[in-house]
Design a protein around this ligand. Structure first.
Ligand SMILES: C[S@@+](CC[C@H](N)C(=O)[O-])C[C@H]1O[C@@H](n2cnc3c(N)ncnc32)[C@H](O)[C@@H]1O
Length: 264
């Protein structure tokens, strides 16, 4: 099963009652960093923006609020969590980014988060997205870099995160690809490449962001024999332990812009 299938009908499908909660938990834990990055790049009111793999929509809605005189296209392979009535300047588009061909030079800002690492043709999608930028436009990509599972201080987390990486790799995802982002942006002809990291939190009494993800993916890790039911129960029990706090991954956010003065 490819990751597109996982998102359409598999363990990450929006058919699953947990998926909305997982996406909202992602938004709650990383939107502030994304908004900080986008604000610093300057989101002006007339901007035309593209949100790739828009999920539950928080960043698309934020962009639409910031750009009342522009237009925001929020695309996803499954758009059922996106509300087209939310803003007049918001267009919801159901499409597969690996097939999509936007007009070159169409957007001032393109943002993608936790999307490209899942796609087999990730390098090519990033290079194509760079061509959809207007001169001076920004491409911002944010993806996970999973820290080595075996370096966790918790044997249970070592098993869980190794299983998680294995399952995602089977789906064609690459959880260390994010390290290439600055290079790939530069190689796509973009300039002013920059980046920053955001350390994830597992555990930490009430500040955990991983429980929704493990709740979602856990049963299929057990079904595949990668972890046991006892491991899964042990993880949720650990969340109540004040000494349980770990750093499973870092999100690498990288951005760059199309040189001004290039024709579209
Ligand atoms: C992990 S979620 C991230 C959602 C959102 N970007 C965020 O960070 O809150 C990945 C999203 O990408 C979408 N997706 C997966 N494969 C896709 C594809 N080939 N084309 C477009 N969207 C895709 C999924 O449906 C899902 O909504």
């Amino acid at each position: 099963m490819s990751v597109q299938d996982a998102y359409r009908t598999g363990m990450l499908s929006k058919d699953s009652p947990q998926e909305r909660h997982r996406l909202e938990s992602i938004q709650g834990s990383v939107d502030a960093v994304t908004v900080d990055i986008l604000s610093a790049l300057g989101v002006r009111s007339s901007r035309d923006c593209l949100e790739l793999g828009a999920g539950a929509g928080s960043i698309a809605y934020w962009l639409a609020d910031q750009c009342p005189d522009g237009r925001v296209v929020a695309m996803d392979i499954d758009t059922r969590y996106l509300d087209s009535g939310r803003c007049a300047n918001l267009e919801i588009q159901e499409a597969d980014v690996t097939d999509e061909q936007y007009r070159p030079g169409r957007f001032d800002l393109i943002h993608a988060r936790y999307l490209l690492c899942h796609l087999p043709g990730r390098d090519a999608v990033l290079a194509r997205a760079a061509t959809w930028l207007k001169p001076g436009g920004w491409l911002v990509v944010e993806e996970p870099y999973q820290l080595p599972a075996e370096t966790s201080p918790f044997p249970l987390v070592r098993r869980l995160m190794a299983a998680y990486a294995h399952k995602y790799a089977q789906h064609g995802a690459d959880l260390v690809w994010a390290r290439s982002l600055p290079h790939l942006l530069a190689r796509s002809g973009l300039t002013e490449v920059d980046y920053r990291g955001n350390l994830a939190r597992m555990g930490g009494l009430g500040r955990d962001r991983w429980a929704p993800l493990i709740k979602q993916a856990g049963p299929s890790l057990v079904a595949d024999g990668l972890i046991t039911e006892a491991d899964l129960a042990g993880f949720f029990a650990l969340l109540a332990d004040p000494a349980f706090v770990d750093i499973p991954q870092v999100t690498i956010s990288a951005w760059a812009r199309r040189p001004d003065g290039e024709s579209g």
